[in-house]
Ligand binder design. Structure first.
Ligand code: GLY
Length: 390
C-alpha cells in the first residue's frame, strides 16, 4: 500500500508520516470510536446523506449514483487501520452491489474513478484479488471509451441519447483519471494513460485561468473539437470559482503528476492551491463559491476536506521549505472541520456537516458522504494511516 508521493526521502509505496499536532491523532481516535457504531447500524446501506441524522440508502434509489463508492472507501480506510472484519464485509458488499452499475451502460458516466477506486481499487491494493482487478478494468475500458479524439476530452455526463451533453467536460473528471493510469499499469497497454494525459492537457488549456482558478464545465463541439463555451455549473455563475471544483483541480492535477511525473500538472495543482489558500475566509469555513455574494454564508465543507487532501500531497512532493505552506494550510482546514464542522455524537451517522452539492440547489449545508470520506482520508494522511487509493 502506498502513502502517495514521496519527497523528503520517502518513496512512493511507503506510508507517509508527517509531524502534526496531537489534535490529529485525537481526531483519528474519535473517528474510529464513532464509526464502530455507525458502520454496524448502517451495514447494508450505500449512503449519500443523512435524514434526521440517519444515513439514507442509494442501493435501490440509484445504484449508478456517482458517490456510491465512498461508503466502501470509508470502510476500507477504517479496516486498514482498525482491522475490524465488519468494515471489510461492508466494503465488499458495496463493491458487489456496484456490479449492477457496471452492467447498466446508461448508468456508466465519467465518475468510474470515484466509484471503483475506493471500492475495487482499495480492495485490490490489499488483496490482489482477480474480481476487483476485473471490475477496475471494465470500468476503465468504459471511461476510456468516453474519450473524444477531436476535442481530446472525456465526456462527463450522459444525456439520455439526446447528444445535448456530448461535448461537455468537467473539472471533477481529473479525479477519475487515476483509474486510467492504473489500467495502463495493470495491462502494460499505454492507451489508457495516453487518453488520461490528453484529457488533462485539454483541461490545462481550456479550464485553467490565469489567476490559478478553474472553470467547472467546458463545452466543446463534439464533432469538430472546437471550444464552444464554459458554464458556471455547480458554482455561483459563469466565470466564478466553485470551491469544490478548485479542490478537484488541486488534488486531480496532483494525481496526474503523481502517475506521469509531468511537472506541468504539479505546477497547475500548486497554482490552484495558491488561489484556494489566498481565498480562504477569515472565518475558516469554505464557501460554496469563492465569488458568491458577501451576503451569502453558505459553506461547503467537502471543498475544505478535498482541498486539504490535495494540499498535503503537494506539501509532501515539495522541499520541506516550500511544502510547509501547503501542509500548514491543509492542517488548518482539517482542524477547523474537526473542531467546528463535525458531529461527534455517536447517535448521528454523519461526521462532516455544512456540505453543499451545488450553489443553485434548493438545499444547502447538509451532510454528504464524500465529505466524510475525504475528512477521514485527510486525517489518515496526517496520522500516517492512509490506504492511498488514487
Ligand atoms: N463530481 C460532482 C460533484 O463534485 O458534485
Amino acid at each position: 500500500m502506498s502513502g502517495g508521493t514521496g519527497k523528503k526521502g520517502k518513496k512512493k509505496g511507503t506510508v507517509m508520516m508527517i509531524k502534526h499536532g496531537e489534535w490529529a491523532f485525537e481526531t483519528a481516535e474519535k473517528i474510529k470510536e464513532k464509526m464502530k457504531t455507525v458502520a454496524g447500524r448502517n451495514r447494508h446501506k450505500i449512503p449519500y446523506t443523512t435524514e434526521n441524522g440517519v444515513y439514507d440508502d442509494w442501493t435501490e434509489k440509484n445504484i449508478c449514483w456517482w458517490t456510491n463508492g465512498f461508503w466502501g472507501g470509508m470502510m476500507w480506510q477504517l479496516y486498514r487501520t482498525a482491522g475490524y472484519e465488519l468494515y471489510k464485509e461492508i466494503a465488499v458488499e458495496t463493491e458487489e452491489k456496484l456490479d449492477r452499475n457496471l452492467l447498466d451502460h446508461a448508468g456508466m458516466d465519467h465518475d468510474s474513478g470515484f466509484k471503483w477506486l475506493p471500492t475495487s481499487g482499495a480492495r485490490y491494493l490489499l488483496e490482489k484479488n482477480p474480481e476487483s482487478y476485473n471490475r477496475m478494468l471494465l470500468a476503465a475500458d468504459n471511461l476510456a471509451g468516453r474519450f473524444n479524439p477531436e476535442g481530446n476530452f472525456i465526456k462527463a455526463w450522459n444525456d439520455g441519447g439526446t447528444g445535448e451533453k456530448a461535448g461537455w467536460a468537467i473539472i471533477d473528471c481529473m479525479m477519475n483519471l487515476p483509474l486510467l493510469y492504473k489500467a495502463s499499469e495493470f495491462t502494460r497497454d499505454p492507451r489508457y494513460k495516453i487518453i488520461a494525459m490528453k484529457h488533462a492537457d485539454t483541461v490545462l488549456k481550456h479550464f485553467a485561468r490565469e489567476d490559478g482558478s478553474v472553470k467547472h464545465i467546458v463545452e466543446f463541439n463534439p464533432a469538430t473539437g472546437e471550444y464552444m463555451r464554459s458554464y458556471g455549473g455547480q458554482g455561483y455563475k459563469r466565470g466564478s470559482a466553485w470551491t469544490r471544483g478548485q479542490a478537484w483541480a488541486i488534488y486531480g492535477f496532483f494525481l496526474s503528476f503523481l502517475h506521469t511525473g509531468e511537472k506541468k500538472y504539479l505546477e497547475q495543482s500548486i497554482k490552484t492551491a495558491d488561489y484556494f489558500i489566498d481565498h480562504i475566509p477569515r472565518s475558516g469555513g469554505i464557501p460554496v463559491d469563492f465569488m458568491q455574494p458577501e451576503t451569502c454564508s453558505w459553506e461547503d465543507s467537502t471543498a475544505a476536506v478535498i482541498a486539504a487532501c490535495g494540499l498535503i500531497e503537494i506539501g509532501k512532493a515539495l522541499s520541506e521549505e516550500r511544502g510547509k505552506k501547503y501542509e500548514e494550510a491543509a492542517e488548518k482546514l482539517l482542524r477547523f472541520i474537526a473542531e467546528n464542522r463535525c458531529n461527534w455524537d455517536s447517535s448521528i451517522d454523519n461526521l462532516v456537516e455544512r456540505c453543499t452539492a451545488a450553489y443553485h440547489d434548493e438545499e444547502h449545508e447538509f451532510s454528504i458522504i464524500y465529505g466524510d470520506y475525504f475528512f477521514i482520508e485527510g486525517i489518515w494522511k496526517l496520522t500516517g494511516q492512509e490506504l492511498f487509493i488514487w
